[in-house]
Design a protein around this ligand. Structure first.
Ligand code: AMP
Ligand code: GLY
Length: 422
């Protein structure tokens, strides 16, 4: 079949790389893709949120399966767009519809869902201009630090963690007044949870699910998790502290009730579920849902899946996931992200990248690159994800760091301590 992957990052390169290995994949398209995806499929310069252009692309190329990488098109209703269009409705599209995508697109929606299905998560209060006084009373009852979350999508910047109570009250006022535009017209105030985070993934057809390998990602720019938040600086899978006992708690207390909730609510959700979790004294809590795979978790998760991903995705779309199982590579995958100096603040683009051909012991997933006149150039903050598989974390990281050294571009930066807390 002809398959389209939407997106342009390391996550989409990893997904496309895996799909390209499937005997079921005839032609592979990536929109817009990057210099890495260009080597395994055909890049088409279309934005994942340009639904009309995607429609033309799908019809012209007889696309039968679409995988949506990032959240924006899902939250904007790409699945509904396909289902309501006579020419697109028979195409299988992997992702939730607009309503179900609110699990990621609205923190309040996610919190209400978790409350209804008794899924462990931090206590919360939904604040608006109208109930500001009650909101402040809620803040008065909390111990610091205070967690304020813009309800809607805010490009990963909508969560503030504040030590001082009065400062939290001021920030709450600013958020409600539009600090993050419409996204913060409602602010979810949460109880602070102190623990270690991990990312757990499932593929669901809306009724049953398959658990994918879990991962840990490293979000801060600086070593020992310091400095600004980024899109993600590295990842490791599996996660050593997520032993069988803890994983079965996650499955019973979080994954199963979530899938039951999706089915019970009649949600049209055929896609990846990303559980952002935190472990507090041996108990898992949900920090957030995402309705897509994580980046850079995907770059560590996908290489550990031995089964044919295309088969799994077809079964997801056909609601026959219960007939399949998933085979996982026992080895550890470790991903190190090479970024442009200055990221996540201002950085330069267009720098030539060298050494990619001398990295045969690792997998190279392009995150922000483009090719121009036979040269591969940097084209984003996150540039290249290097992933290696080995018998343990240390060996996998050693391989990834060797490749990270070999690859060169002006002002290259990467964290040297991925996995430091495992
Ligand atoms: P979110 O966008 O909801 O994932 O939040 C971003 C980050 O803020 C998370 O990855 C956590 O590190 C942190 N965070 C969010 N909610 C909480 C909470 N209730 N307690 C402690 N940390 C939190
Ligand atoms: N790595 C976290 C995310 O993709 O949101």
């Amino acid at each position: 079949m002809n398959i389209l992957v939407l997106g342009s990052g390391g996550r989409e390169h990893a997904i496309a790389w895996k799909i390209a290995q499937s005997p079921k994949c005839n032609q592979l398209f990536i929109a817009p893709g990057n210099a890495g995806t260009e080597t395994i499929g055909k890049n088409i310069l279309i934005k994942p949120t340009d639904f009309d252009a995607i429609k033309i692309l799908c019809i012209a190329n007889n696309i039968q399966l679409v995988i949506v990488g990032p959240e924006d098109p899902l939250v904007n209703g790409i699945v509904d767009f396909f289902q309501h269009d006579a020419k697109l409705k028979n195409i299988s599209i992997i992702g939730p519809d607009k309503l179900s995508a609110q699990l990621e697109g609205s923190k309040q929606f996610a919190k209400e869902f978790m409350k209804k299905y008794e899924i462990p998560t931090a206590g919360y209060f939904s604040a608006t201009q109208e109930n500001l006084q009650e909101a402040n009373t809620f803040l008065d009852k909390q111990n610091p630090p205070f967690v304020l979350k813009a309800d809607g999508l805010a490009a990963g910047k909508g969560v503030l963690i504040i030590e001082d109570r009065n400062e939290a009250k001021t920030s709450l006022k600013e958020m409600l007044a539009g600090k993050f535009g419409d996204a913060s017209k409602t602010v979810v105030i949460e109880q602070f949870l102190d623990g270690i985070e991990l990312s757990v993934f499932a593929l669901t057809d809306g009724k049953s699910y398959l658990k994918l390998p879990e991962a840990k990602d490293y979000k801060r720019i600086g070593e020992k998790d310091t400095g600004l938040n980024t899109g993600g600086m590295g990842s490791v899978s599996p996660v050593p502290f997520a032993d069988d006992k803890f994983m079965s708690k996650i499955e019973n207390k979080i994954i199963k009730p979530t899938i039951r909730g999706i089915e019970n609510e009649g949600m049209n959700y055929k896609g990846f579920v990303f559980f952002g979790l935190i472990k507090v004294q041996d108990e898992p809590y949900v920090i957030e849902y995402n309705v897509r795979m994580g980046d850079p978790e995907t770059e560590s998760v996908i290489p550990r899946i031995k089964s044919d991903l295309t088969d799994l995705l077809i079964a997801t779309a056909n609601q026959s996931l219960d007939t399949l199982s998933i085979e996982i590579d026992k080895r550890t995958a470790a991903t190190v992200m090479l970024v442009s100096g200055g990221y996540p603040e201002a950085y330069e683009k267009g720098k030539p990248i060298s050494g990619l051909e001398n990295t045969e012991n690792s997998l190279i997933f392009h995150a922000g690159t483009k090719s121009e006149n036979q040269q591969i150039l940097t084209a984003g903050g996150r540039v290249i994800a290097v992933t290696s598989l080995a018998d343990n974390i240390k060996k996998a990281l050693t391989l990834s760091y060797q490749a990270a050294e070999t690859i060169g571009f002006d002002k290259k930066y990467y964290r040297k301590d991925i996995g430091f807390d495992l």
